[in-house]
Design a protein. Structure first.
Length: 143
């Protein structure tokens, strides 16, 4: 665990992005003894670091229509650097997610990258919510 904690802190000093480490048994004899499961070796384990989180302002919620006709709400964010890239947009998935998190335009939101790739909103800082904010009303007609 000391090794994992060391790289969780020092991964940002590497010349490339990483989201975890692989811990392996060094001894070839022990590797042979431990063997394999149907999918992976028993002598190696992947460990993912906790996703990096940042906060930013949700400027506007827009809607995009996918190729199948599915409508997805999109959070248009104040640009913020997250895990090596600038994030300006994040999927809000559906009306249930917006309601569950009580996401509103103008909110200060916490963003992380799911699987270190897809930006997603994971929470709202209610202490910074504008006094005049209005609950989000999900669209009823295709944009």
């Amino acid at each position: 665990m000391d090794f994992v904690e060391h790289w969780d802190v020092n991964r940002h000093s590497l010349p490339y992005e990483t989201d975890g480490v692989v811990v392996k048994v060094n001894s070839m004899q022990h590797q042979e003894e431990l063997g394999y499961t149907a999918k992976s070796p028993r002598w190696a384990m992947a460990y993912k670091f906790k996703a990096e989180q940042v906060f930013t302002i949700l400027n506007e919620i827009t809607y995009q229509v996918g190729r199948t006709g599915a409508i997805t709400p999109v959070a248009n964010l104040e640009p913020v650097l997250l895990a090596g890239t600038t994030v300006k947009r994040a999927s809000l998935h559906n009306a249930d997610q917006i309601e569950k998190l009580d996401i509103r335009e103008g909110d200060t939101v916490f963003v992380e990258k799911g699987g270190e790739i897809i930006p997603k909103i994971i929470g709202v800082d209610l202490s910074k919510r504008p006094i005049d904010s209005q609950p989000t009303v999900y669209i009823t007609e295709c944009p």
